[in-house]
Design a protein around this ligand. Sequence first.
Ligand SMILES: [Zn+2]
Ligand SMILES: [Zn+2]
Length: 672
Amino acid sequence: MTKMFKIALPDGSVKEMPEGSTPADVAAAIGPGLARAALAARVNGEVRDITRPFEGDVELALITSRDEKEALELVRHDYAHVLAEAVQNLYPGTQITFGPATEDGFYYDFAPTAEHGPFTEEELPRIEQEMRRIIAADKPLVREVWTREEVRGFFDRQGEAFKAEWVMELPEGETITMYRTGDAEGSWIDLCRGPHLASTGKLDPNAFKLTRVSGAYWRGDPKNPMLSRIYGTAWLNRKQLDEYLVRLEEAGKRDHRKIGQEMDLFHLQAEAHGSVFWHPKGYRIWRELEAYMRRRLDSAGYVEVKTPQLMDARQWEKSGHWGKYRENMFVVPDEIPSTQDDAPILSGDAELMALKPMNCPAHVLIFKQGITSYRDLPIRMAEFGCCHRNEPHGALHGILRVRQFTQDDAHIFASEDQLIDEIVDFCDLLDSVYKDLGFDSYAIKLALRPDQRYGSDEEWDRAEQVLREAVAKAGRNTSEFGWEELPGEGAFYAPKLEFHLTDAIGRTWQVGTIQADTVLPERLDATYIGEDGQKHRPVMLHRAIIGTFERFIGILIEHFAGKFPLWLAPVQAVVATIVSEADAYALEVASKFAAAGIRTETDLRNEKINYKVREHSLAKVPLLLVVGKREAEERTVALRRLGSEERQLVMSLEEAVAMIRDEAVPPDLRTD
Ligand SMILES: [Zn+2]
Ligand SMILES: [Zn+2]
């Protein structure tokens, strides 16, 4: 008699299926529509091939294109296989290595033959064409279980040295699977954990595009051979691809590095990898932002501190950072270098210090000075703290990912019963800051305990629950705020709330965070005296609203495409003359504006006014005040706004000063 398995479905129903049947059979039994739409299956929580037979009673959920996140990941990995097959068809002798799905598509790393050399972008259209042919052939993607020796022998015979090396390193006891594209003998095959869709025909041949080629070391190690990485973007359908390409083009136009240069805001150079040279105009944005943040913190009851850049390594050992974080720290010997020509510059036996990668331990050291009573809590200790983290050069990206950065950091020391109110207040403050800074929409996520962590399970239970309750109390655990919980994504010492901004072109950026931490106060022995006269441990809330100034200004540049709101714009107005007879009047206008606190420049050059208008638009100056002979006689200005189709507005000098002064007031200081 055939054995029957019980298959429990998400709607609570149970289907009896004979041994040997698959999720695809269940889909077909439910209906032909679902059979067509089903891409893969979640079996007891694990994503699997839809054609993989059940091994017993299970809980089953079918994955369709409506489960966009899973579907995209599956599809992208399929495209990577199709890419690898296409490349090996067209360029025999090319070796395959790895090809994962990425955030917007996939890549595959190849070892080209010596005669061919690295792949080039000119070759991509031909490879795309071959990929389309493989998709059109609708070949099944078949899972096969092999032994390690079989796989090694096979790849050795094929001359696939990288795959043969890799299979020997897979963990003992892991089921080793190969995925074949097609069911014919000798059809293309790759060592792969899966899962995959049922066949290549499930892919939309018009929903992918190969985008670029770069070099990448085998296993990311510069000591290893250089491989040729081919990138592609891939989506569920053509519409999604087209939207993505438009977004990409728009993002290119908004690139903060390009706009930063056009507006003369900052530069980067190899002599200071990952540290920003802020030019006067860029630093003006920084100063306005910092002044704004400082006012908001002052009025929210924070106290501001400044702590050392360098601290002894033993202090970092105590705080636990030395163990978990050392590879990201810049370590400095506490020693004066030798000036003698023949002597070594450093003796090598000095004590070690490290540049701070974060401000937290230093804030605990301030907290521990003197005796703190429960009446002093909560203490909200803020620092615009300059930190260093040693990131590899390849990971750096403009001012978005840097090695020296300044956080809008603060730590709230509180008793357990104050936590929820403190987090609610923080959520309200953050909400108001984001709106002031021009972001209407953001999402809140709760990152839960990771596998590697400090602290007991009870502490984690409590810390996670506090964050959950606080967001509920703030009324923001709703779909409007994209509320979700992310298992495994918390920091090693605490769960955290993450705040993800949505920018003007729909991209999201995680900037804000708050974490309830009991570990660091414990490790550094921070205490306060409770109402009962006994010592208690405070909880430490680590929190940031904009994250770092560098990255946040980068985000602002891209969000506004350089067209900053008046209060943040580095130069707010330029007074430009039409004729040289108006020079004296232009200078008078500029000084009136400057006296009203408006950041003003003059342009008295002997150039056509249209030329001047174009140039200041490119530099994204919000307001242009045009003055000629007539304006000088009538004591008026002709006002043009950046990006406005309206004709220029003529008004008296006094009116213009009053209007612009009002408009330039930072949002938190407005009275209307
Ligand atoms: Zn694979
Ligand atoms: Zn911290």
